[in-house]
Design a protein around this ligand. Structure first.
Ligand code: DP6
Length: 369
């Protein structure tokens, strides 16, 4: 699909209507790191969709008039303006306005009604904020789903609806394109996956049963703000000395992972997933300027995971996102023994002994009040 095919012929928004959606977070197995304008990934990625960590967003379409505390912004071409207000967990958050305004600008041609109404946006996360869990993916996905729903372009919420929602979410945050459906999603054109696309993510379902209920226990090692944002990190892949090799590697990793996902080959799965996590951080260590997002506790956990796996043969592995937290991935069947291991040996490495147990999920859904 071309981006132009997402320009609507017909939208039918209705004043006073409310859309209410929840969208999950996701954890990448093959990592997206590096991008070009407009939000085109430098390499393909593949992620598990999560179940419990999610954002719920409600958007109400109101008449456009000067609203107290609302954001009124000129669009890029200066011909129209946006009007919205935003509350996060019940409190007005004007510091989020620039992000929303930039997003509205980016998706305006695909949702022309954005400049014709006032949008009242309310959002909340199921996970503790400042837990260090990236929330831009679930937040941008939930907002995109609400806006597309309000547009009235898709009375049926089928593949076309979710495809365009992923396209819009990508323009808000790359990884958000993968927070729409489940159990896995793949984003970025790559020869081994038919229909793969740089502009929208696809539901990925060719998987062995074991992965449908895979667990992700997120160890909250450091809840502070990151020293370098993902956006800056992506930018540092431009002129990175190892960029070309990394981007090529991601294509082969996806092809290998696809085989392991299909057959249920856990040793191969573990090898690819851990290599991806460490490669992501290796890119950060070798950027210019270089930076480190792992903390000493991150490394202690990794060493303990490796020792535990060696001793017990439990197929437990880790992955990392752009931060210090560690995601532990394992089959549901091993839940008891892994939770015991976390309690006995790993909570000591977590800030306030906090961790979140999540699992693979089925994707976004409307919320009924
Ligand atoms: C390390 O999607 O947060 O989590 O597109 O700039 O919003 P933007 O970046 P973002 O980057 C996520 C990077 C990652 C890997 C991944 O999720 O694939």
């Amino acid at each position: 699909m071309e981006a132009a095919s997402y320009i609507p012929k017909n939208q039918n928004p209705k004043l006073g209507e409310t859309a209410f959606w929840q969208a999950p977070s996701n954890i990448a197995l093959v990592k997206y790191w590096g991008k070009y304008e407009p939000q085109i990934p430098a390499n393909p990625s593949l992620s598990f969709t999560l179940s419990h960590c999610k954002t719920k967003t409600k958007v109400t379409l109101q008449e456009k008039a000067p609203h107290l505390g609302s954001q009124v912004a000129e669009s890029q071409n200066g011909t129209s303006e946006f009007s919205f207000d935003f509350k996060f967990e019940g409190t007005a958050k004007p510091d989020f306005h620039p992000k929303i305004k930039a997003f509205f600008n980016r998706v305006h041609s695909y949702l022309p009604f954005l400049s014709e109404y006032h949008f009242s946006i309310e959002s909340e996360n199921s996970f503790p904020h400042s837990s260090g869990i990236a929330s831009s993916a679930s937040a941008m996905a939930a907002l995109s789903l609400c806006l597309l729903d309000l547009s009235g372009e898709f009375p049926e919420k089928g593949d076309s609806f979710y495809g365009k929602a992923s396209f819009l979410a990508r323009l808000g945050s790359g990884s958000a394109s993968r927070s729409i459906q489940g159990p896995l999603m793949q984003w970025g054109n790559t020869p081994s996956i038919e229909a793969s696309s740089d502009i929208t993510a696809l539901k990925y379902e060719e998987i062995h049963e074991v992965f449908r209920s895979y667990q992700d226990s997120i160890l909250l090692v450091d809840k502070g703000a990151k020293v370098v944002s993902s956006t800056v990190g992506h930018g540092l892949m431009e002129n990175h000395p190892y960029a070309a090799a990394r981007f090529a590697q991601a294509h082969s990793q996806i092809a290998l992972l696809a085989k392991a996902l299909k057959s249920g080959d856990l040793p191969s799965f573990i090898h690819i997933v851990e290599q991806e996590a460490l490669t992501l951080h290796a890119m950060m260590l070798s950027s210019s300027p270089y930076f480190i997002l792992m903390k000493p506790h991150t490394l202690s956990i990794i060493e303990k995971v490796w020792a535990f796996r060696k001793e017990t043969s439990v197929p437990l592995c880790f992955t990392l996102d752009a931060g210090a937290n560690v995601h532990l991935l394992y089959p549901e069947q091993q839940r008891e023994v892994v939770v015991q291991f976390i309690e006995n040996e790993l909570v000591a490495h977590c800030e306030n002994e906090q961790y979140i147990c999540d699992s693979v999920g089925t994707g976004s859904s409307p919320v009924f009040e």
